[in-house]
Ligand binder design. Structure first.
Ligand code: KIV
Ligand code: NA
Length: 277
C-alpha cells in the first residue's frame, strides 16, 4: 500500500482516474476515510463550522488547524494529508506564509497545504513551494472571503468573474500548485477549465467534469443538520442515527435496562462477607 504523493495527482489526471478527497478533523475519521480509499484527506478550515461551531471560517486559527492536523496525520496511512491555511495566515507577506505552512508540515504532519485565492496569493504560493511544501489552490467560492461576497455563493457566472477564475487558475498552475479546488463554479466552466489545465481540478459543487471531487465529510454523512445545499449528496443520516442511539441510552439508564451485571465485574462472596464484619 504505497502512500499517495502529489505526483500521483498529475498521473491520475493523465490516466483519467478521478481523484477522491474528503475532509477530516480527527483520528478515527481519518482512519475511516483512509481505509475506504480516498486519495486525499483535507483538514479543512470548514472545521470552524462543522466541529467548532463558528459561523464561518474566519474564526479558525493556525493553532486550531495544527491541533486537528496532528490527529488526522496519525490516522492516515495511504491518503495524502492536506491542511488548509487559515484566514490571514498567508496574507501578511511571504515570511509569515512560509512560517505558517512550515508549521503545518513540521508540527502537524501534513504533506501539503491548501490556500484560497488567485493572483493575490501567487507570491505566497511560490514562496511556500520554494520551501519544499506542495500547494493546492482553491478558486470559485472561497469561504474566507465570505464578507466580501456578501451572500453570493456560486462564482463565475458572469464573464467578469469567470475570467477572473480562469486567469487565477492559469497563474496558480504557472506558480506550481499541484491541484486546484473549484468551489461552486458552474459545471460548464469547471469542465472547460479542467480540460484547459494540466493540473487536476478537484470540484465541490462544480459538476462531474472536474478531475476529482471533494465534500465536507460532516455534510455527506449527515452530521451537520440544517445545512442542505444543492452540491451535497447525503450518504448517511448520522445525526439521526446518533440521536436515536443517545435517546435509547437515556431511556435505558432511566428504566434500569442499562447497565446490567454483565457490564461490570464479579466479586468473591468472601470479600463481601469480610466487609460486613
Ligand atoms: O475547508 C474545507 O472543507 C474546504 C473544502 C470544502 C474544499 O476547503
Ligand atoms: Na477550506
Amino acid at each position: 500500500m504505497e502512500p499517495v504523493r502529489v505526483t500521483d495527482f498529475a498521473k491520475a489526471k493523465q490516466r483519467g482516474h478521478k481523484l477522491k478527497m474528503l475532509t477530516a478533523y480527527d483520528y478515527p475519521t481519518a482512519q475511516i476515510l483512509d481505509a475506504a480509499g480516498v486519495d486525499a484527506i483535507l483538514v479543512g478550515d470548514s472545521l470552524g463550522m462543522v466541529v467548532l461551531g463558528y459561523e464561518d471560517t474566519t474564526r479558525v486559527t493556525l493553532e486550531d488547524v495544527l491541533h486537528h492536523t496532528k490527529a488526522v496525520a496519525r490516522g492516515a496511512r495511504r491518503a495524502l494529508v492536506i491542511a488548509d491555511m487559515p484566514f490571514l495566515s498567508y496574507h501578511l507577506g511571504v515570511y509569515e506564509s512560509v512560517r505558517a505552512a512550515g508549521r503545518l508540515v513540521q508540527e502537524g504532519g501534513c504533506k501539503a497545504v491548501k490556500l484560497e485565492g488567485g493572483l493575490e496569493v501567487l507570491e505566497s504560493v511560490r514562496a511556500i513551494r520554494a520551501a519544499g511544501i506542495p500547494v493546492m489552490g482553491h478558486l470559485g467560492y472561497t469561504p474566507q472571503s465570505v464578507h466580501v461576497f456578501g451572500g453570493h455563493r456560486s462564482q463565475g457566472r458572469t464573464l467578469e468573474t469567470a475570467r477572473r477564475i480562469v486567469q487565477g487558475a492559469l497563474a496558480l498552475q504557472e506558480a506550481g500548485v499541484f491541484a486546484l479546488v473549484l468551489e461552486l463554479v458552474p459545471h460548464r466552466l469547471a469542465t472547460w477549465l479542467s480540460r484547459r489545465l494540466e493540473i487536476p481540478t478537484i470540484g465541490i459543487g462544480s459538476g462531474p467534469g472536474c478531475d476529482g471531487q471533494v465534500l465536507v465529510t460532516q455534510d455527506m454523512l449527515g452530521l451537520f443538520p440544517g445545512f442542505n445545499p444543492r452540491h451535497v449528496r447525503k450518504y448517511q443520516d448520522l445525526h439521526g442515527l446518533c440521536s436515536e442511539a443517545v435517546r435509547q441510552y437515556v431511556h435505558d439508564v432511566d428504566v434500569g435496562a442499562f447497565p446490567t451485571e454483565q457490564h461490570s465485574f464479579s466479586l468473591d462472596e468472601a470479600v463481601l462477607e469480610a466487609l460486613e464484619t
